[in-house]
Ligand binder design. Sequence first.
Ligand code: PHE
Ligand code: ZN
Length: 863
Amino acid sequence: MTDASSSPVPPVTIHRSDYRPPEWQVPDIALDFALGLDTTRVGAALSVVRHADAPTPLTLRGDGLTPLAVCVDGESWNDWHMEGADLIVDLGDRTHAVVEVDTAIDPAANTQLMGLYASNGMLCTQCEAEGFRRITFHPDRPDVLSRYKVRMTGDKTAFPILLSNGNCIAKGEGDDGSHWALWEDPWPKPSYLFALVAGDLVVNRDSFTTMSGRKVELGIWVRAGDEGRTGHAMQALKDSMAWDERVYGREYDLDLFNIVAVSDFNMGAMENKGLNIFNTRYILADPDTATDLDYDGVQGVVAHEYFHNWSGNRVTCRDWFQLSLKEGFTVYRDQSFSADMGSAPVKRIEDVRLLRAAQFPEDAGPLAHPIRPDSYQEISNFYTATVYNKGAEIIRMMATLLGPQRFRAGTDLYFDRHDGEAATCEDFVRAMEEGGAIDLTQFRRWYEQAGTPRLTLTLSEDQGQWALDVVQTVPPTPGQPEKLPMMMPLRIAAFDRSGGASLPDTLVTLTGATQRIALGAFGARPALSINRGFSAPVIVDFERAPGELAWLAAHDDDPFARYEALQQLMLDTLVAAAAGNAAHHPAVIDAVTQTLRGRGDDPAFVAEAVLLPSEAFIGDQMLTVDPDAIRRERLALQAAIGRALEDEWRAILAGKAPPATDLSPHAKGERRLRGVALAYLAATGIADIPALVFGVFSDADGMTERQAALATLAHGDSDERAHALDIFYQRYRDNPLVLDKWFQVQAWSMRPDTVEAVHQLAEHPDFTLSNPNRVRSLYGAFTGNQAAFHQADGAGYRLIADLVIALDPRNPQTAARMIPPLGRWKRFDEARAAMMRAELERILAQPGLSRDTTEQASKSLLG
Ligand code: PHE
Ligand code: ZN
């Protein structure tokens, strides 16, 4: 069998409004796998029940499959035909039947990593969203829920471990060196949650006793040698299980919970029932190879997948348009969990930074879509920052509007009412309305309208009484020229800077296109703290003098608002400078100094607050992005802050770093601040700095400091740079996750020759297009390097288009994810825009382009 599904498909658009309930349900499925890397035989027995009133054929979706035999109720059956890749079985006027279909697949040839594939000699599956149809013929839609029995047979030496969903109910050995296992999952589930793993794996075992006293066996399965790096993931799993009981009253529902780590994986991880499958990068961590951020990533993703057991598995999605029902809610749940496990303000800052870096640009570009899209060509393209991260913000706003008790009443109602069902976003909102006693009619627009709302604010005064006028606009997006105002919670406060009474934290519910908020009496213009905690995912336009922002950065009682004030101050300076106006560095330097000196007890917060906004975020504030001016001005400000506070930065680095094994929030914060100090000092160009940074690199007892120092050196052209890169490579060349970092820091480099360097790294013997992590570490990092990707001669665009063209036949999902950066052409000058469009056209002209890439490239071209 060849990998047939990437052959040319005319784009078909699926519409949300076309949803019809399934005509056939499949209450029970028995699967029988005869496992082999090159050939796996799959026998499927589907018990089907007709739900349509009148006779109708059974449509079983397939992707690259050939039926080898078809039986109905035990008899060989001829009333079937293929419609494209799908199998249509005519069952006459039957209302019930057992339909058996045999197929054979070639896991080793499956380079898409969808369906059953081979990774490092093991076999594993990925079925979300529509991968199950690459294993066997099936309706393969999330509103068809079945009980699964899975039998698998394989060679004992090649596949000593055989895992699937649920519980292992029997196993045995053949006399030919084979063995078999029978797994049963008692919970009905959609096909996208099916999983199977077979391979030579070792396990880290532990257990968790649930609130009702049931003991659950936990297992994290990895390749031999990696088991020592699974401790953090195991702790995160147990913490997540306890947290979901405490915060949402949700208990785990099987006696077994397994996680398997695989190195070749398109995404972060997958919540298959009772058998999560993870990208190794979100399981393996030890201080020598993982940074503090990597540790946080492991904790967050383990929690995310575990939380899906309720928000996703017990209550699943009716159709893929409802994806945010499970993803937005689950991201909100993992964000809240991580906030509880560490520093809540820092977590909020990180979440908002990610939203602004990934989701705001998406919402402002040609691929903008509502969190519940209305149509798609390829659903894989909709696993987006909008569905996930904006989706989480929508849930967070409901939680804010309701308050903790009523929100909990709403989620209790949601889980109880829809347990075992395939639900919709509308079901969730209705449960919030009823459980929380609130009218969310207008709020539903967040599910319908794309685009980031903009709030334009003006302060006014009348006889000592101050008021805030808010004008809300939602920008036009593809297919949605006109927008209506959204309902949103806006947290505000107003301070009297001379020490008089202030307006304390207040929650305002915005509903109108224009709205006036009374602030009360102030002797002079109050300092306004707006959208505190980022209560609504919007852009706020509000002109404030540098002095007012500096005052807020120092005095606001909401840490997030302090962070925002300082960021705004930096942003105003940088945007003005990049647009050719004078930069006012002194105000920024003063505010950074104050924040640094008053650092008190939360070094992580200080480190976040004094970090300059990213080049991309600066660009987002400009009418036309000027990548070169942005880099120049940002480096100039960085150097100015570096020099002005040189003694402080040196003092931070002269202190002793906490031991890498200390993962307390404080120790992590100290390391983060040391990383910021390195970057500021390096920007000064002072002669002894490369040696100092190299010293940090050599002395580092863990990956956080080692990587921070390496990344800092990578921007320059010192001898220390080459030396450190070489040491790092030699030390970690056999550890793929760490080697990814080696590629990444070079692709992030601010050196002028980075495009050329990426070209050369792609030729490096350790580079491969077969591993998505490696592709992202080089090319994904490169597209995040604004000045390099947008190099004026267009070489960066060409590099990415060449990659997409080479990768698409092999792994269309990963290829399609590289396209959005090319779609931002409207935001750039005419010369760059023309080159970006030309590369999109060149991609589209490729014969046999996948549906994934075709959809992303053609929509990106429209602008
Ligand atoms: N559902 C997974 C998650 O969010 C993501 C995923 C999507 C993984 C598609 C693989 C394929 O946890
Ligand atoms: Zn998820």
